[in-house]
Design a protein around this ligand. Sequence first.
Ligand code: GLN
Length: 257
Amino acid sequence: MAREFDMDRRAYLKTVGVAGATTALAGCSGGEDTQVIVPGTSAGFPPFEFTEDGELVGFDITLAEEVVTRAGYELGEWSDISFESLIPSLLDGDIDLVAAGMTINESRQESIDFSDPYWESNQSVLVQEDSDFQPGSVDDLGDARVGAQAGTTGEGEAETLVADGTIAGDALRRYDNYTLAVQDLENGNVDAVIIDQPVATTFSSDRAVAVAFIIETGEEFGMGVRPDDDRLGDLNGALAEVKDDGTYDDLVTEWFE
Ligand code: GLN
């Protein structure tokens, strides 16, 4: 499926992509040839980024490739690292772009810049599908062991529950990635996982877990770049095009339906 889409995209670029590419080149400062954008992500967050038959795939992977190439740049090789390492790696220059379902928020904006938003999400609380434990709100989490991926806004929600006394400090379990957290939930080592709603939906269709309730956080995902990266305007222009011409909707169909 991914491959079929690629072919369509190449055909599309051949016919109408030239104008976009020219605009992007004109937008580059003084003919510098920093044209490769090295992307970074953190797999284990389906359907945004995950590995399938050893290959990194997902909505963010295809979207980033589409946006970067349409903006007139070359996409470098993906770096698949822990979520917590993404911003440090970006700032160190090991990667140039974060495409990892990353929520735009003020604390991150102190160190990096974000593209225009490309997704909206809330947090979900996942529990075992057939368990007696079916909480209806955070007030029911009092005795629960709660898991989240380290460095995420889901972990932030869990930390708030610790801070306001809803759950005990040692009830919070941090994981390197959400796949491990959901595995531990299935195995009964944790009672609930706080995770972005679209990813919770994907896990609940593949595994013996279910969404118990939603925490309305009103998050928006953006792609991250270094604050001094003047290619952001080109990337936002390309993202707008991708949304306008139906490519974005095709990607949603491909990865979410
Ligand atoms: N959207 C969440 C965040 O930005 C989780 C992202 C992720 O786990 N890939 O923190």
